[in-house]
Design a protein around this ligand. Structure first.
Ligand SMILES: [Zn+2]
Length: 221
């Protein structure tokens, strides 16, 4: 069962279209996997549409006929469907190091780049579209781990497939994990996992050999 979700504030910002592409994709992909957040987002989107109508066009409001209102509601109801374009199932599959996974629709269009790898860790860079933020698909082979590190900025990890654990918890697909400079962790996976990550700044490794860690650092930032 999914235990970690985007904060309410982030869902609201997403509904308002205020998140940069990397974060928006993380929230969209989470909502594909999490019915609770999907419903919350739908309600927020509907509420915002109604609020905007009242705020922006106070004079028009009184003239809305029942027909217009029904039209408007129909358009609002269509929003979630248009946010999830359909794709063939073959395009939703991603392969890495002999593993194959199904991707959330929110990430499918971008996931056509090549993988870079170091040891058991592989990364495909996606678009974040915002300053120093970087978005990636990150795969860890079975029995792999990322050395202990902390973050200068914010690190968002959406677990797409497989499981991993760190000092704080064990995670299942759909878990949306937000960490910052106050957290130090070393994620490891028994059976392999695929994550989508968005980070604001490079990781800072807290133990180990710097030369090795720099190679891993370039992959995961
Ligand atoms: Zn959720």
């Amino acid at each position: 069962m999914i235990k970690y979700h985007p904060k309410e504030e982030m869902l609201l910002q997403h509904a308002q279209g205020q998140l940069h592409l990397g974060l928006a994709n993380a929230v969209s992909a989470h909502c594909e996997l999490c019915a609770a957040c999907r419903n919350k987002l739908k309600k927020l989107t509907e509420q915002l549409a109604l609020d905007n109508l009242v705020d922006d066009e106070p004079l028009v409001e009184s003239k809305i006929t029942e027909l217009d209102f029904n039209d408007m509601m129909a358009q609002i109801m269509e929003l979630p469907a248009t946010a999830l374009p359909s794709h063939s199932t073959t395009r939703q599959l991603v392969q890495v190091n002999g593993y194959q996974y199904q991707l959330p629709r929110a990430l499918v269009q971008q996931a056509n780049k090549s993988w870079s790898g170091f040891g058991k860790i592989s990364r495909m860079r996606l678009d974040a579209d915002e300053g120093s933020a970087r978005a990636s698909l990150l795969h860890i082979d079975a029995n792999g781990e990322i050395p202990e590190h902390t973050h200068a900025g914010r690190e968002i990890t959406l677990l797409i497939a497989g499981t991993f654990e760190d000092e704080f918890s064990q995670y299942v697909p759909g878990d949306f994990i937000e960490l910052d400079g106050q957290h130090k962790h070393s994620p490891k996976t028994a059976n392999g996992c695929l994550c989508y990550t968005v980070v604001d700044a490079p990781q800072h490794f807290t133990k180990g050999i710097s030369k090795l860690l720099n190679s891993i650092g370039e992959l995961i930032y």
